[in-house]
Design a protein around this ligand. Structure first.
Ligand code: FAD
Length: 288
């Protein structure tokens, strides 16, 4: 199906993007187009105008940021996979980018588009929750930083204002003895997460877990942190038994989606299983 007619703008600065968003309340930013265009072709979205940020300077690239990593909003999955900075500092981001969709999606899809779209089955919402990322956005009132815990509001809904653009996503330098992992049960055709779990586990000098951030995507309407699992891990020795017991709490209090791909009970089961796998892998990496 063809999308309905739309105006097309190609701004050359972030300020111009914001101005166009103000002037075109029915308009939408387009980045890689790999979420928006399919929705337009299915007529699930019919923006009156597209604001193409493909040539806006300052939105590209990955840089080292005080030992952490800052991703320009237009950074593609492929750029994440190939980045030396990511490989050295946050290899889990490359690990997750490597399991997104297929090569075409990884070449076009962007990290900024992924989080702004807030698809319940997208991978990076969980990864960035586990990494405690910060999102920089610019709007009519200037720039602001949104903590990732406050970013995802509901299915396809974020705390971005309609006239704001995501410009950068940053992750602080991981603490010593931190291991991270992303484990995903993929839809076999699209690659989207039926359930994906990102884990970041820090060990103290005594070898016990001193901090943990565990996040789940695909299972429910939005990516969420597994608070019960995190609390059950902290202070404990990361033994297989303790990890299993903590992972059993991952589905507590969650709302699960049920569809033709997986029912609610199955998604709850996958959530526990993949949480256990992700934590075990993160612990192994933290132990070096
Ligand atoms: C066949 C297929 C398989 C896929 N498989 C996966 C998968 O396995 N895992 C996964 O995570 N994703 C998957 N995707 C989705 C893909 O990763 C998307 O491209 C990506 O999530 C969105 O990025 P984009 O740059 O394409 O955004 P676009 O489609 O251009 O935009 C998406 C939304 O975000 C908004 N937006 C974009 N950039 C910004 C910005 N900088 N600031 C504010 N708003 C912005 C747009 O207005 C739009 O509403 C798949 C897509 C396809 C077509």
């Amino acid at each position: 199906m063809y999308p309905s007619a739309f105006d097309y703008f190609r701004p050359s600065s972030v300020d111009e993007v914001v101005k166009l968003l103000q002037e075109n309340p029915e308009g939408k930013i387009i980045a890689g187009g790999h979420s928006l265009l399919p929705m337009m072709k299915l007529r699930l979205a019919a923006p009156a105008s597209l604001i193409d940020i493909g040539r806006v300077p300052g939105l590209d690239g990955i840089r080292s940021d005080n030992g952490g990593v800052a991703f320009g909003a237009r950074t593609t999955y492929d750029q994440i996979i190939k980045s030396d900075v990511v490989q050295q500092t946050l290899p889990v981001a490359a690990e997750a980018a490597g399991v997104v969709g297929d090569i075409q999606v990884r070449n076009r899809g962007t990290i900024g588009g992924s989080i702004a779209h807030a698809d319940p089955a997208a991978d990076f919402p969980a990864v960035l929750l586990a990494l405690d990322a910060k999102v920089n956005a610019t709007g009519p009132n200037g720039q602001r930083t949104i903590g990732i815990d406050d970013f995802f509001v509901d299915m396809f809904t974020t705390s971005l204002e309609p006239e704001e653009i995501v410009t950068e996503i940053s992750v602080a330098k991981p603490a010593a003895k931190t291991g991270m992992a992303y484990e995903k049960f993929s839809h076999p055709a699209s690659g989207y997460a039926i359930v994906g779990v990102a884990a970041s586990v820090t060990l103290g000098n005594d070898g016990n877990v001193s901090a943990a951030r565990i996040a789940i995507t695909g299972a429910g309407p939005i990516a969420v942190r597994a608070n019960g699992t995190e609390s059950a891990l902290v202070g404990q020795a990361p033994t297989a038994e303790n990890v299993k017991a903590a992972a059993q709490k991952a589905s507590d209090g969650m709302t699960f989606l049920g569809d033709i791909h997986a029912g609610e009970e199955y998604r709850a089961h996958l959530t526990r299983v993949f949480t256990e796998r992700a934590i075990n892998k993160a612990v192994e990496r933290a132990q070096g």
